[in-house]
Design a binder for this molecule. Sequence first.
Ligand SMILES: [Zn+2]
Ligand SMILES: [Zn+2]
Length: 271
Amino acid sequence: MAFIGKLIAERVTDLDEVAQYGAVIPTLTTKSASEVIDHLLAINAPVPAAYQGPEADHVMVSKRHAKCALCDRPTFAGQAHASVVAKVWSSYHFAGECPEGEVQPSGIDFRASLEKYGKQYKAGDQSYISLHLADPAHADTQQADETRLKVRVRLTVGSDWVNVTDDAEYGRGKQYGSQRPGAEYVGDASDTLARMLADVPRSIAAYGEITSHCGCCSLKLEAGISVARQIGPDCWTKHYEDFSEEFIAEAEARVEAFLATAKDTDADVTA
Ligand SMILES: [Zn+2]
Ligand SMILES: [Zn+2]
């Protein structure tokens, strides 16, 4: 019955109707109560502010049982959000209602790095700032570059949402998670993302190494020197002051190694 009361408070805006529901509630049997619940669930509920899923094309109160994408525990009709991202529906407990307690703050916030290293661009009516990063950790056991996580981090200008997706070359990458306006990251791959955030220049370079594209501006690294630096020429100059001496020294060592080889092979050495 408390649940019916909650649904009424949430969905019925007409005061007379609220009174009618109030009069009926004490007389309800289990069967008629479930009919009332079905009826209430059929009313389009306004989305309460307690949504904690990623930025979505559509958010509504869930009409069926599912599983919470954050805590992996069951969600019940009317007591969770359902949202759709790229045609995929996911379910989320209302904020603060995951059974295992509040989702812990991740400490991950990409906004400052996006401002500093990212590139703004327009797509349709919307402006975005994006940055491409790869896991900067070189694990000796890893053989193929494909096993290193690479992501696109993208801020929607105006809405302040930050979405983190797999950096798939074609189509839309899998969404790992997001930052709600003003909030820290919630989602998968937190350990790797924290590693990237702890050393953004090295993560940009790691992305360049793997993909031969600049992590800042996403342009292809054309010249041998840029490939060796793992960052595009304009972005290298623009962010030079932000890089640590150690980072610059490592990049210059790679450039020198490249130039030494190029001298032997007459390769193109332009930047
Ligand atoms: Zn949950
Ligand atoms: Zn660039």
